[in-house]
Write a protein that binds this ligand. Structure first.
Ligand code: 13P
Ligand code: SF4
Length: 363
């Protein structure tokens, strides 16, 4: 059967789409499971069967029995769901434009070039464990699988780096320099030993001596959303409310993480604030949808949750999953047509799975 075109949905009101989503889900029953990242907008999040950070969602994708996994998140998350689910299951991303700009800051060609350049000055396979943040394309996870490396997430980067150092003396960490730097700091590695590799420059813009001295080579990548948070915002908040607590995602700048009381994944941020005593005041450095939802949820316990930035910074790609795309996806599915399946090629998926399985075993 041919797919219902998206054009027929683009002009529908949000309210009409909500009704259609509910009806299509009722028709599909246990055929479909909706996995939802914490950054999803409220009008999508309300339909979630299961929610979580990247690690939790990866585990859930591996455990679900539903034939169709509709992933309300970004592209790399749906790829992980495809890789970890069984072959007869299908991962679906309601809008293929829902990517991750940080994940796009490293690609296979530039990582392979880096590996070759390192290989020209040392025995790279014996010296570096490649570690990719889960916010990366499947071919980079496959690269790590092939070269004795591993995947990490924001919630397990410290323990994963311990595993990586047990394999080889140095780590090549991509694509988020901030998570890599914070992870190194947690392990007591001085900043001078975590230089940044710039993929646009020969030898990453570093000298062979700097590379020999490095413990972690950080890829020059970042999340634009989390760069909006500044230490000055923390200082101003603390000056106004000396008893305030600060919590930040490790994709934030090093100075922000250092000034925070807690640093952790989205799941950890939600848990810590929910479990905090009543009458506490929080400044939260992560994406706005999560912060607004959390603020509403803990308000009855007289907890006050504030967003760390004065300007609105949302993850624009997470926002791509809207009621129109979800209604389109589910109505097609209930009519027997799969739109936007995410299928990682078998060879790549096998290697990426090796790196993901290592992560799931270690963490
Ligand atoms: P979490 O794994 O902490 O949910 O982070 C994913 C992400 O993309 C944060 O920007
Ligand atoms: Fe990627 Fe940043 Fe969006 Fe997370 S918030 S999905 S790292 S662009």
């Amino acid at each position: 059967m041919s797919a219902l075109p998206f054009e027929a949905y683009g002009g529908l009101s949000d309210a009409e789409c909500q009704e259609r989503i509910v009806r299509a889900r009722a028709r599909l029953g246990r055929e479909v499971v909706l996995l939802c990242h914490h950054y999803q907008r409220a009008d999508i999040y309300q339909h979630a069967d299961l929610t979580g950070d990247s690690l939790k969602l990866a585990r859930l994708a591996a455990q679900t029995d539903a034939p169709f996994i509709v992933f309300c998140g970004v592209h790399f998350m749906a790829e992980v769901a495809d890789i970890l689910s069984r072959p007869e299951q299908t991962a679906i991303l309601p809008d293929l434009a829902a990517g991750c700009s940080m994940a796009d800051m490293a690609n296979l060609a530039s990582v392979e070039r880096c590996w070759r350049e390192l290989g020209a000055i040392m025995d790279v396979e014996a010296t570096f464990t490649p570690v990719t943040y889960i916010n990366s394309a499947a071919d980079l996870k496959a690269f790590c699988g092939e070269h004795g490396g591993i995947v990490c997430t924001s919630s397990n980067a410290s323990v994963i780096s311990g595993w990586a150092f047990a394999q080889r003396p140095k780590i090549l960490f991509f694509p988020d320099q901030h998570l890599g730097r914070w992870t190194g700091h947690q392990r007591g590695i001085p900043l001078e030993e975590t230089p940044v590799w710039d993929p646009d420059l020969p030898l990453g813009g570093l000298t062979p001596e700097a590379i020999a001295q490095a413990k972690i080579l950080l890829w020059k990548g970042h999340c634009a959303v989390h760069q909006m948070f500044r230490k000055s915002q923390i200082d101003a908040f603390r000056a106004q409310y000396p008893d305030a607590l600060v919590i930040a995602h490790p994709e934030c700048d090093f100075e922000v993480c250092r000034a925070a009381d807690h640093v952790g994944s989205t799941e950890m941020i939600v848990r810590i604030v929910k479990e905090a005593p009543a009458n506490t005041r929080w400044l939260v450095g992560t994406e706005l949808n999560l912060v607004e939802r959390l603020a509403k949820e803990v308000a009855p316990q007289k907890k006050e949750v504030r967003f760390m930035s004065n300007i609105i910074c949302m993850c624009s790609t997470m926002q791509r999953i809207d009621p129109q795309h979800l209604a389109w996806t589910l109505e097609n599915l209930s009519a027997g047509t799969i739109v936007n399946p995410i299928v990682v090629p078998a060879h790549e998926a096998g290697l990426a799975r090796a790196a993901l399985d290592r992560m799931l075993r270690v963490s």
